[in-house]
Write a protein that binds this ligand. Structure first.
Ligand code: PR8
Length: 450
């Protein structure tokens, strides 16, 4: 995470975003916003939630009670009602939904916010992956007339998240979380997982069908077409800075960061390769840099006194997708040398053709990152029939295994392998449950998880 976040802040689980990391984060979240802004409204709710609201939904509290930070004093005065720092905002948002939703004409209601949330995580904290202040929690909350309409939104959220991760060239797999691990207060939960280089999976998003559980607790009703009051049906779905962790870990290589061009803080760096005392190379580099900036690329010119080799190394480490070298020989032919970060491929391009060439190369890089990451992902998903096969498979990646659907068998699968059940796939396949031996056509994925 070097150069992205600084972990030396003196509170465990809290990190500082470096300016460079923040540019990356903002580019990534711009994609997320653009996908949501199509039909969601952005809102902003308070950080503090009164204990009285927080304690209303029984399952929700049970799920979060060990993770909540409490504000109990204002200065030296004890507060009448303790205030929770939101671990997520259902209990902040839904009392307001109750006020805002009157009739079926107000539905569907689709809102999101991107905020910080706090979770007193007891598992080992890790920068971007398991933090106690989630700085970039995108949470969407929707309300619908029927359970089926909410379920449609679950599918719509799956589509949005798929597109989001495609844009980041991150391979993912979508499953239905097992019942014993659903979101506290949900009817069911869907998880989006990716596979990290070390073979552990990272949950990079979840989508929850809340049914009318919260609607009943917070009394969120609407008047239907017949003039009768009905409870709304809700969904919520969230993504955190784990999406940045995935981009860094999955695309990075021995030389450092590798960014998909759409989110790269700098897309092209121009490096003059001076020869003798001539200023021509520097002047030509400046012209190229201006031409690229004018064309809308995020371009940098490195005219520092370092040796070209040191500059190559530095910008490679920073993940810049394309490097342009301008040397005396290039100058003579009015061309430049273009070098790809992902493949190290070098091409000579005439200056007049540079803008379309860069556009094409950036597209090629994105496509290559997609293919490369997908291949590495697919190679590590292994079909298994027994728990001992699962044990082997999860050393490197994901095990696909049949399951009879019985919770006890599911828990035994976890206990017997030391891996987690990520969830159930939508597709079925005939087979046997590895625990009870009964016919089982459900297929679950298992892995060691972050
Ligand atoms: C919800 N309510 O809260 P979820 N550090 C970094 N990322 C995290 C952490 C953490 N400590 N904990 C969770 N995440 C629902 C949906 C509103 C929105 C990330 O759901 O608890 C994980 O990627 O499942 C998780 O999938 C996502 O936030 C949503 O959190």
């Amino acid at each position: 995470m070097a150069g992205i976040v600084d972990v030396r802040y003196p509170i465990k689980g809290l990190c500082v975003w470096h300016p460079f990391g923040l540019v990356l984060k903002n580019k990534v979240y711009l994609i997320l916003r653009s996908l949501l802004d199509v039909d969601h409204q952005e809102a902003l709710f308070p950080l503090l939630i009164p204990e009285t609201e927080f304690m209303k939904e029984a399952e929700h509290i049970k799920g979060f009670e060990e993770e909540v930070y409490w504000v109990t004093k204002g200065g030296t005065t004890p507060l009448d009602v303790p205030l929770a720092l939101r671990p997520t905002s259902e209990t902040a948002i839904y009392p307001m939904f109750k006020l805002w939703i009157r009739s079926h004409a107000d539905l569907p209601l689709k809102m999101y916010q991107i905020v910080n949330t706090f979770r007193y995580e007891t598992k080992h904290t890790r920068p971007l992956i398991r933090v106690r202040e989630i700085t970039s929690f995108k949470e969407a909350h929707t309300a619908h007339t029927t359970w089926e309409a909410a379920e449609k939104q679950v599918h719509e959220a799956m589509r949005i998240y798929s597109e989001f991760y495609d844009r980041l060239a991150i391979p993912y797999i979508i499953t239905k979380r097992p019942n014993w691990d659903k979101f506290p207060g949900a009817d069911y939960s869907i998880a989006v997982d990716t596979l990290m280089p070390d073979g552990k999976t990272l949950q990079i998003g979840t989508i929850h069908h809340l049914g009318s559980n919260f609607a009943k607790t917070f009394d969120i009703t609407y008047e239907d077409v017949n003039g009768e009051q009905q409870y709304v049906h809700q969904t919520c779905y969230g993504i955190s800075e784990r999406c940045i962790a995935a981009v860094i870990a999955i695309h990075g290589d021995d030389k450092g960061l590798v960014f998909p061009p759409e989110v790269a803080p700098i897309q092209v760096v121009v490096i003059p390769i001076p020869f003798g005392k001539g200023k021509d190379v520097l002047e030509a580099s400046k012209r190229v840099h201006k031409m690229l900036s004018d064309a809308g690329f995020r371009a940098a010119l490195d005219s520092s006194d370092e040796r070209p080799g040191a500059k190559f190394y530095k910008w490679e480490m920073k993940g810049v997708p394309l490097r342009i070298e301008v040397g005396p020989r290039d100058l003579k032919s009015n061309s430049v040398t273009l070098v790809r970060r992902d493949t190290s491929e070098k091409t000579s391009i005439p200056v007049p053709d540079l803008v379309p060439a860069i556009n094409q190369k950036l597209k090629d890089i994105h496509a290559n990152l997609c293919v490369r990451a997908k291949k590495s992902f697919d190679e590590r998903v292994v079909e298994c029939a027994t728990l001992s096969e699962v044990k082997t498979a999860v050393k490197k990646g994901i095990a696909r295994v049949n399951w009879c659907g019985d919770e006890q068998c599911g828990i035994k699968m976890e206990d017997g392998t030391g891996a987690d059940v990520l969830g159930e796939l939508a597709q079925t396949k005939k087979g046997k449950c590895p625990v009870c031996g009964k016919d089982a056509d459900k297929v679950v994925l298992m892995a060691r998880t972050y």
